[in-house]
Design a binder for this molecule. Structure first.
Ligand SMILES: Nc1ncnc2c1ncn2[C@@H]1O[C@H](COP(=O)(O)OP(=O)(O)OP(=O)(O)O)[C@@H](O)[C@H]1O
Length: 307
């Protein structure tokens, strides 16, 4: 198995509703997600990420295209393809009267997991809810509810785990705990697909990233290659106070940071740091300290999704 998911020519148009016109949310997406990877699906609001995840999860019907999950064509083998994937949704939708243990048992029942194959206690321990196993869901904190959603996504031991904005509005302790769990599951062979607004998180966690915009894949690359795409570096200088700048070499741009430091951005493929420093020194600009900043995923993202 090389691809956990294959998506070919996937389109989705939501029908017009009253005064709202029809909306083409996905416009012929082709995307392969390798088995065993942690794959980031990024895009601005409204790009079509949730639509795509909901189609993978079997919650939204596609308009056209082919989706193969763990080797099973969604249209030919809907049951097997659904069994291969677990989704941790964005919204905290849960029955307030179920305890975490009951929720997991009900979910396992929905997936037809036989009693002998259930791993409810292990799951509760995995997400740190052993002590709350028999508490009503309505008494759980927001963070505990999220952890329960993760456990629910795992009841049927899926090969692929989809996390839709798992850390939105989540505190740092829970975020770290979630990532520790996700990494461990990945090390055990689970393919992870993740959408997040925290680009730093995607940069740290994901082996490969696809960025979608307006229902199309604008780039799909391994994270390191993606990061090296942006030909941008920034030199940040402490000049000890306001200075008059000489004309900089072509390609370099200057800006004063709120802390008073001088930031000069430049394309390292065309300009070397010492060329800029020479110009500054030649004009008598004092340089008390220098730091350099590499472009990060945020820069790449902004560049690729700029309209
Ligand atoms: N049920 C629906 N009916 C009509 N239009 C919809 C529906 N769901 C989503 N859309 C539209 O489809 C487009 C893609 O939405 P989608 O929720 O997939 O984007 P997204 O990338 O997940 O955004 P976000 O990060 O804000 O969740 C948007 O323009 C949205 O308004």
């Amino acid at each position: 198995m090389s691809d956990a998911i294959r998506i070919q020519g996937l389109s989705k148009t939501y029908a017009a509703q009253g005064p709202a016109p029809a909306k083409e949310a996905l416009k012929g997406i082709d995307l392969d997600i390798p088995a065993g990877s942690i794959f980031g699906l990024l895009g601005p609001n409204g790009a079509g990420k949730s639509t795509m995840i909901n189609i993978l999860a079997g919650l939204v019907n596609k308009t056209a295209g082919r989706v193969t999950i763990w080797g099973f064509d969604q249209d030919v083998n809907p049951r097997q393809s659904r069994a291969a994937i677990g989704v941790m949704p964005q919204e905290l939708n849960m029955d307030p009267f179920f305890t975490p243990r009951a929720s997991l048992e009900v979910q396992a029942g929905l997936y037809g997991v036989p009693k002998a194959e259930r791993w409810t206690d292990e799951l509760l321990a995995l997400v740190g809810l052993t002590d709350q196993a028999n508490a009503y869901a309505r008494s759980l904190s927001g963070g505990m509810k999220r952890r329960l959603l993760l456990a629910k996504a795992l009841v049927h031991r899926p090969h692929i785990l989809v996390l839709d904005e798992p850390t939105a509005g989540v505190d740092i302790t829970l975020r770290e705990m979630l990532w520790k769990n996700v990494r461990r599951l990945n090390e055990q062979g689970m393919t992870i697909i993740l959408t997040t607004h925290y680009l730093e998180e995607a940069e740290q966690m994901c082996d490969e990233i696809a960025i979608i915009n307006h229902g199309q894949v604008v780039v799909r690359q391994d994270t390191q290659t993606l990061l090296s795409r942006t030909d941008g570096k920034t030199m940040v200088l402490d000049t000890g106070g306001p200075v008059t700048l000489p004309p900089l070499p072509p390609g370099a741009r200057s800006e004063i940071r709120p802390d008073g430091r001088l930031a000069i951005s430049y394309p390292p493929s065309r300009l070397r740091a010492d060329q800029i420093l020479d110009v500054l020194r030649g004009a008598g600009v004092p340089i008390l300290d220098v730091a350099t900043e590499q472009a990060d995923l945020e820069d790449v993202f902004v560049e690729l999704t700029r309209d």
